[in-house]
Ligand binder design. Structure first.
Ligand SMILES: Cc1cc2nc3c(=O)[nH]c(=O)nc-3n(C[C@H](O)[C@H](O)[C@H](O)COP(=O)(O)O)c2cc1C
Length: 199
């Protein structure tokens, strides 16, 4: 798949097949993140790959993430849950040595994770970035040292849903139809692209 196709076809996936993601695929994703642009080339990010079956539910319990099919009690079915996570860590010891603002780290996190998501998608693996997580609980569960902060949690696995791209009407909120498919409204190109002088 060419890069354009990957970029326009990628959708956030929240329902995964009960199939593990090979470690080599995850390693390839981190390699793509390693070589992502970095403000001042300070490279303050590191990555924690979680694919241990015992640990996966412990991570899942500390993120806000709704899969499409839910068990009766409202919990996501274990089989639908992510089969791996790539957790972006900020090495705050390295970060403190830079004179840059925290915003630069946020840009680095976004750019690195886009690389990961595109490489994963190209290899048939879906993902979803998760910013709503319990920082302290996850650090405890994953034995992350004090001088590291979790920047982003990326959930991964082979997609077991086909989100539908919708034209934006009056809401940007994704919604689920009667067949259980997630619809993702996007603003149209003509409404967001400007050329030369804005007006
Ligand atoms: C910075 C950021 C944080 C996000 N956090 C969450 C999250 O905590 N939980 C979640 O289910 N999805 C999260 N998402 C996924 C968005 O909901 C998703 O990207 C959006 O609905 C558009 O869908 P698409 O990725 O398929 O284009 C996040 C996305 C971004 C960029």
């Amino acid at each position: 798949m060419d890069v354009f196709k990957v970029a326009i076809k990628r959708r956030s996936i929240r329902c995964f097949k009960d199939v593990p993601v090979p470690y080599e695929v995850l390693k390839g994703c981190v390699e793509a993140a390693r070589l992502a642009p970095s403000g001042g080339n300070w490279q303050v990010l590191e990555y924690l790959v979680v694919d241990d079956e015992q640990l996966l539910p412990l991570v899942f319990n500390n993120i806000r993430f709704g899969t499409r099919r839910q068990a009766a009690e409202g919990e996501a079915l274990p089989s639908d849950q992510p089969k791996a996570y790539i957790i972006t860590l900020v090495n705050t010891t390295l970060e403190a040595k830079t004179s840059r603002s925290k915003n630069v780290t946020f840009y680095d996190i976004g750019l690195a994770n886009e690389n990961i998501m595109l490489v994963a998608w190209e290899r048939g693996v879906g993902s979803c970035p998760i910013l709503w997580f319990d920082q302290e609980a996850l650090k405890l569960v994953l034995v992350i040292p004090d001088n590291y902060e979790i920047g982003l949690v990326l959930a991964l696995g082979y997609p077991d849903e086909n989100p539908v791209l919708d034209v934006f009407c009056d809401s940007t909120s994704p919604w689920v139809d009667e067949k259980g498919e997630r619809h993702v409204p996007k603003r149209e190109l003509r409404d967001i692209m400007h050329r030369n002088r804005f007006t």
